[in-house]
Design a binder for this molecule. Structure first.
Ligand SMILES: Nc1ncnc2c1ncn2[C@@H]1O[C@H](COP(=O)(O)OP(=O)(O)O)[C@@H](O)[C@H]1O
Ligand SMILES: C[C@@](O)(CCOP(=O)(O)O)CC(=O)O
Ligand SMILES: [Mg+2]
Length: 328
């Protein structure tokens, strides 16, 4: 039996635009997905994911004649729920050459699903790491990130960046631009997260931005403008200028909003944070619903968010330098 964990992340700058080759800066946070893997002799895959639910049922599937989860929901929802883990196992079989390897996979996670904190990347990174080690193969973090990226890309119809998976595999703050992935020095930022309890579908939101970008030149310009914000953000990070970082996060949120990926509750939380004196606030990840990230060294933003209608949870997030962690 092997166990690995991998962290979630927030985007300081650059989500969505990173899919089209602009740079982005995500930072790993101390909220992790843990995946336990045990090899099966019969070649089947059985998945127990207690945080993944459909119609209120915990998803447990595989290793039976009918290997579909036993819940009465449309096939498309089942596929959406299971495809990241299935895709991770596909990568494991490909990279080890053990095409008929079977596994029992158990997932536990502190990262809300579909909320922009990178639960998919964390689960995929931890699953690939644990399952390859179960077969006696240990991947370097860069190779692990590359394999995890293939899964995200496949699930998101070929439209994914390497940002989430690289950040989760290596930890810390990273800068990703196309295939160029590197670690970045970042100051210890006072990060506060607000969560509306909801979720957005990353694949659909990415597809929405893609069609806007194809339809309107000014949407393509908006994507490029996000790239400019990120480049300015890198300078502010290098200078440790938290106020400027916040101002640029505000700008980044406005541009994401123009691209149609914010929501009423995300905007409400962003404004609650700004009114409480945060240096800046923006949605994080794909959007549609889920989380915002704000910078505030005081308790004001967390307190204000906890009283904001539509905000289900407000918490401080510690950045972490630890990417994938091998537990057993
Ligand atoms: N704890 C978990 N167990 C099983 N699958 C998970 C878990 N967390 C995330 N996933 C997978 O990741 C998907 C959410 O990923 P995504 O839409 O990219 O949002 P995000 O990465 O922002 O959380 C879920 O639908 C599920 O397929
Ligand atoms: C929107 C995007 O830039 C980030 C998605 O992040 P998340 O899955 O919502 O945590 C997509 C990507 O980079 O693949
Ligand atoms: Mg994701």
């Amino acid at each position: 039996m092997t166990r690995s964990s991998a962290p979630g992340k927030v985007y300081l700058f650059g989500e969505h635009a990173v899919v089209y080759g602009e740079p982005a800066v995500p930072c790993a946070i101390e909220r992790r997905a843990r995946v336990e893997v045990e090899r099966r002799d019969d070649g089947h895959l059985r998945v127990n994911a207690e945080d993944l639910s459909l119609n209120g049922f915990t998803v447990e599937y595989g290793a039976t004649a009918d290997s579909r989860p036993d819940v009465d929901v449309p096939e498309s929802l089942v596929t959406a729920a299971t495809q990241y883990v299935d895709g991770a196992i596909e990568q494991v079989r490909a990279v080890t050459g053990a095409e008929d390897a079977g596994f029992d996979v158990t997932i536990e996670s502190d990262i809300p699903l579909g909320a922009g904190l990178g639960s998919s990347a964390a689960v995929v990174v931890a699953a690939i790491d644990a399952a390859t080690r179960e077969l006696g193969v240990t991947l370097e973090p860069a190779e692990l990130a590359a394999r995890a990226y293939r899964t995200e890309s496949q699930v998101q119809d070929g439209q994914a960046s390497r940002a989430d998976t690289f950040c989760s595999a290596t930890g810390g703050a990273v800068r990703v631009e196309g295939e160029d992935c590197r670690s970045l020095e970042a100051p210890d930022l006072p990060i506060v997260i607000g969560f509306d309890g909801g979720a957005g579908d990353t694949g659909q939101l990415v597809a929405g931005v893609r069609s806007l970008r194809e339809e309107y030149d000014f949407a393509a310009d908006t994507v490029e403008a996000i790239g400019d914000v990120v480049r300015n953000g890198e300078d502010a990070l290098a200078d440790g200028d938290v106020e400027e970082i916040g101002r640029l996060m505000d700008f980044n949120h406005g541009l994401l909003s123009a691209l149609g990926v914010s929501s009423r509750s995300l905007d409400t939380m962003v404004w609650a944070a700004r009114d409480a004196g945060a240096h800046g606030a923006k949605l994080t990840g794909a959007g549609g619903g889920g989380c915002i990230v704000a910078l505030d060294p005081t308790d004001e933003t967390e307190t204000a968010l906890s009283f904001t209608p539509g905000c289900e949870d407000a918490f401080r997030a510690e950045l972490t330098e630890t990417g994938v962690e091998r537990l057993e």
